[in-house]
Write a protein that binds this ligand. Structure first.
Ligand code: DQA
Length: 146
């Protein structure tokens, strides 16, 4: 069975209690459980990882290139700052789909810039936890085509 990584960046371990008006009331564990359930229907095996540390996220992306067929990635605050994460995404051959719970295009100007999006295959933003769900479906189709 094909495998994929669901990768969550900084502060996403706080989902559910962190600014719920913006990010929703669903916890990270709940999001992962919902994706896990969906992945069974889709015939894809998922691994989940969250880190608050840029270098650890880079390690995860590099390692994923060795075992995963693709990555669904919410770089969170690093989206707007991290050249190193952008380079890590560009360096690996598997598709990476960027995800945001909130509609970053409609928020503060610094959030409207994504350093990572140009090297991802696409971006899903603004649908709360379902952004991950839609990205997962897109990834399954990309993997099937490749
Ligand atoms: C976020 C949007 C980012 O701007 C923010 O720093 C986050 C979460 C989102 O999922 O909406 O931490 O990536």
């Amino acid at each position: 069975m094909k495998q994929a990584l669901i990768l969550h960046g900084p502060n996403l371990n706080m989902l559910g209690v962190r600014e719920p008006d913006i990010y929703g009331a669903v916890s990270l564990d709940d999001i992962n459980a919902r994706l896990q359930e969906e992945s069974i229907k889709l015939g894809l095996q998922l691994r989940f990882f969250q880190s608050n540390h840029e270098g650890v996220l880079i390690d995860q992306l590099q390692e994923a290139a060795g075992w995963a067929s693709g990555v669904v990635f919410n770089p969170a605050g690093y989206t707007h700052t991290s050249v190193a994460l952008r380079d890590a995404i560009a360096a690996i051959q598997i598709p990476v789909i960027e995800v945001h719970l909130s509609n970053v295009s409609g928020r503060e100007s610094f959030r409207q810039v994504s350093l990572t999006a140009p090297v991802c295959r696409g971006t899903v933003a603004g649908f709360g936890w379902r952004s991950y769900l839609y990205a997962l479906h897109a990834l399954v189709e990309l993997i099937a085509e490749e």
